[in-house]
Design a binder for this molecule. Structure first.
Ligand code: GTP
Ligand code: MG
Length: 266
C-alpha cells in the first residue's frame, strides 16, 4: 500500500499531518509492530566493520541535531535504542539495528552521524564525511535513505550536497529516498505546508523514471507522520524481490575517485 505522502516519481509534496486524528490502518499497525521489534546489532566506525551479509539497510542521515536518533527511537517505540541528545554531534558511529524475526532478521536501520556541527574536531569531521560518503555511494545493501531536516530550516546546502551524493543511486531506483521534515510540532499548519512545498520543489531535481522519492512532515514529539513513515519503510522492504542467497561479500569497491561529502559548516 502506498502511504499518502508518497511523492512517487515527481516528488510532489503531500499535505501535512496525514492521518493525524485517524487510527493507523492495519498496514500501518503491522509496520509499526515490525519496527517495534528493532534491536541493536553493532556499531561501526569504518565500512569494513559493517556486516558482510546482504540484508537491506535503511540509513537515517541529516544534519547534526536534525532528530535522527529521536526519530529512530519514536519509530521503534524504544526510548534509548538510538541515543538522542541535546548535545549536537552525539552520534559518532554507524549504529545498526536489526528488524524482523529474532532468528531471521530481514532488514536493518542504520543511524549515521550527523553533519554540519562546527564544534566537532576537524580531523574527526573529515574522516566521518569520508566514511559517510563511502557508505552512501558504495554500500551495496543500502536500500533506502531517510534524510531528516529540521522543518524550520528545510533542505540546507549541506543536505543538498548529501542528496547529490546519492542522486545516481536514487535516480536508478537502487536506493529509495524519504525526506522527513522534523520537529513539525514547532510549525503551524501554514508553515508546515510551505516547508513541504519547498522541499518538494528541491527534490523534483532528483526525480527520474525509476526514482522512489517521498517527503513528509514528522515529529518524534507529537507522533505526527510516524505511522505513515513506518508503513513506507516496511513497504520498501516488503516490495523487495526475493534474494538469491543472503550471504555474500558486501565490501564496497574502492572508489575510483575520492567522494565529495558535505563539508563542515563554518
Ligand atoms: N520539539 C522537538 N524536538 C525534537 C524532535 N526530534 C528531536 N528533537 C530534539 O532535537 C535534539 C536533537 O535530537 P537527536 O535525535 O539527538 O538528533 P540527531 O540528528 O540524532 O543528532 P546527532 O546525533 O548529533 O547527529 C534533541 O534535543 C531532541 O530532543 C521533535 O520531533 N520535536
Ligand atoms: Mg543522533
Amino acid at each position: 500500500m502506498t502511504p499518502p505522502f508518497r511523492a512517487s516519481r515527481s516528488a510532489a509534496p503531500a499535505s501535512p499531518s496525514p492521518r493525524q486524528a485517524a487510527a493507523p490502518s492495519p498496514e500501518a499497525r503491522a509496520a509499526l509492530a515490525w519496527l517495534h521489534g528493532a534491536r541493536f546489532l553493532t556499531t561501526a566506525s569504518r565500512l569494513d566493520q559493517l556486516p558482510g551479509d546482504e540484508l537491506p539497510e535503511i540509513a537515517f542521515v541529516g544534519r547534526s541535531n536534525a532528530g535522527k536518533s529521536s526519530a529512530i527511537n519514536r519509530l521503534t517505540q524504544q526510548k534509548r535504542l538510538a541515543f538522542a541528545s541535546r548535545t549536537p554531534g552525539r552520534t559518532q558511529h554507524i549504529n545498526l539495528f536489526d528488524l524482523g524475526p529474532r532468528d531471521a532478521a530481514e532488514a536493518r536501520l542504520a543511524d549515521l552521524p550527523g553533519y554540519g556541527y562546527a564544534a566537532v574536531e576537524r580531523a574527526a569531521k573529515l574522516r566521518w564525511q569520508e566514511v559517510m560518503a563511502q557508505y552512501l555511494e558504495l554500500r551495496r545493501p543500502l536500500h533506502g535513505v531517510v534524510l531528516l531536516a529540521d522543518a524550520r530550516l528545510g533542505l540546507t546546502d549541506l543536505d543538498q550536497r548529501l542528496l547529490a551524493l546519492i542522486a545516481p543511486r536514487v535516480a536508478g531506483g537502487e536506493v529509495r529516498l524519504l525526506v522527513l521534515l522534523t520537529k513539525a510540532d514547532k510549525l503551524n499548519r501554514n508553515d508546515a505546508q510551505k516547508a513541504l512545498r519547498d522541499a518538494g520543489e528541491a527534490l523534483a531535481a532528483f526525480g527520474g523514471e525509476s526514482a522512489d522519492i517521498g517527503v513528509t512532515t514528522f515529529s518524534a514529539l507529537s507522533g505526527q507522520g510516524v505511522a505513515d513513515v513506518a508503513e513506507a519503510l516496511r513497504g520498501w522492504i516488503a516490495a523487495r524481490p526475493p534474494q538469491a542467497g543472503a550471504a555474500g561479500a558486501a565490501e564496497p569497491a574502492e572508489p575510483s575517485e575520492p567522494p565529495q561529502p558535505p563539508e563542515p559548516a563554518p
